[in-house]
Design a protein around this ligand. Structure first.
Ligand code: G6P
Length: 442
């Protein structure tokens, strides 16, 4: 790679962008970013300008020579990129509102990355990421694609299996959040914590947890029974766990496991929130309005602390740490989404898994774990089956395949309910689902 990197961020108008800028500023000496291109679509133009101008003020105040470019011309931006990061949301927050509220109306969990919401986010996003890959092939075939766009596991797998880009890594803040949570809980420096992660995105387990190489898994498991000590994220309500259940599970669940092991309680909570003021999308909409109000202030030149109310905590650390390790061939261990290649024997060879990897200049090398423990293996396989069928539906636009994906999702109680939700969501999102036009009626 040449001196100084060219980074392109697609979905650059996102309210999370200052998080990324903060990371690039903080690590500038080790990761010399020469130019950062923030790209967005016409609908996101105003946000791109507001965030982009804040980004320019941030680098200026920090005194680092990163040149920020703002553009709506994606292909032009991609030319000769070293790293392309993706953080876009097809259909903006309005689409998220539908993803979260339509399933709830039918008594099914409304979560934007899992369940019917996750399915529809995948159906809208996968064709777009594949377009981006085609452009990358043409104008920056050697770049690495670092995908943050949710559902990150499915989007990464779609790239791995259905594009010619194999230099792709999917990244989520859940693993780093779990490590930070353990550090806080045990009052130790985060550098001393290591978790052996394995599973899927938003379905990842800590198979073991270490401080200075000594296992503290049992201690962590006994602590997180208490909702006050729960390791969770801003977007997920902490409830604590039944102590005997967690002890018997014998692995460290991620915050998203609340939706699978406490489905009824989470549904009740979501329905209550929905009736009282709206889903998480509505909360995020208000937060975004506040954030953009702050971002517009010409005197603001740092990431405002209010951004911490979003679920993406440590996102900049995770992103910059990954890019830095790839750039410097650091060979440290980080958990990312990558091709399984047998690292988890109960998951298909060519699927994306979220797993601890050695991060090298040639990409992540997963650390093999063999079979997952029997008590979690079935759920992980079930969710992977859902993901594979969902990806197939996103590509083919086939109604029956989409219905199959919806029905086999663990949140959905029957084929009948699946069909009702599917039909309503296909209609609500039709603008962003051109691949379904001819298949609408099966
Ligand atoms: C967590 C997840 C992210 C997700 C975010 C949503 O951090 O790991 O994948 O994007 O929550 O947060 P939000 O503030 O948008 O609800």
């Amino acid at each position: 790679m040449k001196e100084g990197l060219k980074i392109v961020t697609i979905g650059g108008g996102s309210s999370y962008t200052p998080e990324l800028i903060e990371g690039f500023i903080k690590y500038y000496n080790e990761l010399p970013v020469r130019e950062l291109w923030l790209v967005d679509v016409e609908e996101g133009k105003e946000k791109l300008e507001v965030v982009g101008n804040l980004a320019k003020r941030m680098v200026e105040k920090a005194g680092v020579p990163i040149k920020i470019h703002l553009t709506l011309d994606r292909k032009e931006a991609l030319k000769s990129a070293d790293f392309v990061t993706t953080q876009f949301r097809v259909g903006l927050l309005e689409a998220r509102m539908k993803d979260e509220s339509i399933p709830l109306k039918h008594g099914v969990l409304g979560q934007e990355t899992n369940g019917p919401g996750g399915l529809f986010k995948a159906l809208r996003t996968i064709p777009v990421i594949l377009d981006i890959c085609r452009e990358m092939e043409e104008v920056c075939p050697n770049a690495w694609l670092i995908n943050f766009t949710n559902p990150a596991g499915m989007v990464t797998e779609a790239v791995l299996r259905y594009s010619n880009i194999d230099r792709v890594v999917g990244l989520c803040n859940v693993p780093i959040g779990m490590e930070m949570g353990v550090a806080k809980l045990l009052e130790v420096d985060p550098d001393r914590v290591r978790i052996d992660f394995a599973g899927l995105n938003h379905m990842v387990y800590g198979l073991n947890v270490f401080v200075d190489g000594v296992s503290v898994k049992d201690q962590v498991i006994s602590f997180i029974n208490d909702p006050k000590k729960s390791i969770t994220m801003q977007n997920i309500h902490a409830m604590g766990w039944e102590p005997e259940f967690l002890k018997a599970l014998d692995v460290f669940p991620c915050p998203y496991h609340n939706y699978y092991y406490k489905s009824g309680d989470m549904l009740e909570k979501e329905l209550k929130n929905y009736q009282e003021g709206g889903t998480r999308a509505e909360v995020v909409k208000k937060l975004e309005e506040e954030l953009f109000e702050l971002y517009r202030d010409p005197h603001l030149a740092i990431k405002p602390p209010q951004l911490e109310k979003r679920g993406g905590a440590y996102y900049s650390d995770a992103a910059v740490r990954l890019i830095h390790s790839m750039y410097t061939d650091k060979c440290d261990i980080q958990a990312v989404n990558t091709i399984n290649k047998g690292a988890i024997s109960s998951i298909p060879f060519d699927s994306a898994v979220e797993i601890s990897c050695i991060i090298t200049k040639d990409g992540p090398k997963p650390i093999a774990v063999g079979d997952l423990p029997i008590q979690v293996r079935g759920l992980v396989q079930q969710v992977k089956s859902f993901e594979r069928v969902a990806i197939e539906a996103a590509i083919s636009g086939d109604y029956a395949t989409a219905l199959l994906a919806m029905t086999i999702n663990p949140f959905v109680p029957s084929d009948r309910v699946a069909k009702v939700i599917l039909d309503e969501m296909l209609d609500a999102h039709k603008e962003y689902l051109p691949q379904f036009i001819n298949h609408r009626l099966g």
